[in-house]
Design a binder for this molecule. Structure first.
Ligand SMILES: Cc1cc2nc3c(=O)[nH]c(=O)nc-3n(C[C@H](O)[C@H](O)[C@H](O)COP(=O)(O)OP(=O)(O)OC[C@H]3O[C@@H](n4cnc5c(N)ncnc54)[C@H](O)[C@@H]3O)c2cc1C
Ligand code: SF4
Length: 512
């Protein structure tokens, strides 16, 4: 029996049943840089360079390991432009008894693959992706009889099940969550360690030339390119993080600093999501640092919660709520994305910094995505569809299974509260507390209304006012609605007036 084994661009690891059970003498591995996947949204140029280069390096490693690999480059004459076309072409030119593929991370692609057997006329085995710590079925079993799905409870079950940071049946240190210690702004002048950087090799240079020629109209900068594109280099990123940044990760997890995009974060989502690193090894590296006494519990627990908790939770959530999650629109928002989302040209310094860093790096850290850009998207009522597309294409770690729950559930509340217990909205004072952006802004964070006032201030109260029917009954919004009820009508009206002026300018794409 000879199998055609299809490996997708986010499955770059030996730890997949399709490869573990492959017969090197008979089976062929098919990998392809197809136009359909690279362009169905116009991905950031750096993301395409990263993924095509990582794919080419992985194919080279497989060949060196005596696998029979058919690798179709973007400009190869035999490139069929789509995954199905490529599989058809391989079947027509070789002798295969079946096709094997690991279940993809996207609903659209899974649904299409489930029809392939019918189209191709050979058995197509879609095999579960074994890289996660919870399967979609396990999440659905956990979710099915619960009124509310809260990450914290899912996370505790995962800690117990996998025995991570546990002492018998109790969490180490006596608490499950140390977030109260993890909300410090960065003191001015802190010397943050640099992020790990790698030289561009000949394979990556070829891909850079290709992307410059073929994807010139896509968003973002290619240069400087410092990402890891091999497993060994991704392991170096992980070990540098554990040694140099994990000790302060928790403390400064929510901090934002102008001109410093990387801070104490791990920068490993790129590699976890395409297979160069596994979540289990990242979790155990952090856990070992705690036991070795080189990183404190608030940092280690905080980091592990992001991977064992949030990452697994959003993946389960995605498969549980698709396809509805993609079209949910609880607040019926439909404002188009303003042009400055593509070039950062705005007087709001926080938005300018976060968008420009996204453009340069295909990266922004969590609080920038959530409490600056995401906060703005919800407060201004931007269309969920357009916001989803934007987040999916601008970040090099973005795939629909992880982007969509974060966008629809976490920032836009467009799922009506299935993921988050309340909308993540804040006024300018939160951004001012956690960053130094407000110092260099065209607006004043201390002003509540009028042309010089920070837009987040009046947009926040405008949102609270507009959505009172949908939100005032939410116990977690009670404080905000109590404050709102105490506000004088003239103040509420002044906020609403300022918001209306701003939102009109936004809709007309005038400078804001
Ligand atoms: C609107 C929005 C969109 C996002 N889109 C993506 C996305 O497309 N891809 C993606 O991997 N993450 C996404 N995230 C989650 C998070 O922002 C990124 O994982 C993180 O910024 C990646 O940088 P890092 O590796 O330095 O993470 P760190 O801050 O060092 O965190 C460690 C790891 O935890 C995991 N993690 C942390 N938070 C989340 C979360 N909310 N959901 C899933 N995993 C999490 C990631 O794997 C990350 O690498 C999004 C968050 C928001 C608010
Ligand atoms: S004043 Fe407002 S708009 Fe300006 S940086 Fe601060 S929070 Fe952002």
């Amino acid at each position: 029996m000879a199998s055609l084994i299809l490996i997708l661009g986010d499955q770059l690891t030996y730890n997949l049943p399709v490869l573990e059970n492959a017969t090197k003498t008979k089976d062929t591995i098919l990998m392809a840089e197809v136009r359909e996947e690279a362009t169905y949204v116009k991905h950031h140029k750096k993301k395409i360079v990263f993924l095509f280069s990582a794919m080419r390096h992985f194919a080279k490693a497989l060949r060196e390991d005596n696998f029979n690999v058919s690798y179709i480059e973007y400009n190869d004459e035999t490139n069929q432009g789509s995954l199905l076309g490529q599989v058809k072409h391989a079947l027509a030119h070789g002798k295969f008894d079946n096709v094997k593929v690991t279940s993809p991370g996207e609903y659209r692609l899974l649904k299409s693959m489930q029809q392939w057997e019918h189209t191709l006329g050979v058995p197509v085995n879609i095999i579960n992706d074994s890289r996660f710590l919870a399967s979609p079925q396990e999440f659905s079993d956990w979710a099915h009889d619960r009124k509310q799905l809260r990450m914290e409870f899912f996370y505790r079950e995962m800690r117990r099940k996998h025995g991570i940071l546990m002492e018998d049946k109790n969490p180490i240190g006596g608490k499950w969550n140390y977030d109260s210690q993890n909300r410090e702004p960065m003191p001015a002048g802190t010397n943050v360690p640099t992020h790990t950087q790698f030289e561009i090799d000949a394979i990556t240079q070829d891909v850079i030339d290709l992307v410059e020629n073929e994807f010139g109209d896509h968003f973002g900068d290619i240069s400087p390119f410092h990402f890891a594109v091999t497993r060994n280099d991704a392991l170096t990123v992980l070990s540098d993080f554990i040694e140099e940044r994990l000790p302060h990760f928790g403390q400064y997890q929510d901090a934002m600093v102008e001109g410093k995009p990387w801070l104490y974060h791990s920068h490993i989502a790129f590699y976890l999501n395409c297979g160069l690193l596994s979540p289990k090894e990242a979790i155990s590296a952090a856990e070992s640092a705690y036991y070795a006494g080189t990183a404190p519990l608030n940092s280690v627990e905080g980091f592990i919660r992001q991977i064992l908790g949030w990452r697994e939770f959003v993946r389960g959530f995605y498969w549980h709520f698709m396809p509805g999650l993609k079209s949910d629109n609880y607040f019926n928002n439909d404002r188009s994305l303003p042009d400055f989302f593509w070039d950062g040209q705005t007087n709001m310094n926080c938005m300018r910094q976060c968008i420009k860093e996204t453009q340069a790096n295909a990266y922004a850290h969590h609080i920038q995505r959530l409490m600056v850009i995401g906060n703005f998207c919800l407060l201004t009522g931007l269309s969920p569809h357009e916001v989803q597309q934007w987040y999916l294409l601008v970040y090099a770690d973005a795939y629909e299974w992880v982007e969509l729950p974060n966008v629809a559930g976490m920032i836009l509340y467009s799922d009506g509260g299935q993921l988050a217990s309340k909308p993540y909205v804040a006024s300018g004072s939160y951004i001012n507390k956690m960053s130094n952006y407000c110092k260099n802004c065209g607006y004043q964070v201390s002003k509540k209304t009028g042309p010089k006032a920070c837009p987040f201030n009046y947009l926040y109260w405008h949102f609270i006012d507009e959505q009172k029917e949908k939100l005032s009954g939410n116990p977690r919004m009670a404080m905000m609605y109590k404050t709102y009820a105490r506000m004088k009508d003239e103040n509420i009206n002044a906020m609403k007036d300022s918001a209306t002026i701003f939102l009109t300018k936004l809709s007309d794409n005038e400078e804001v």
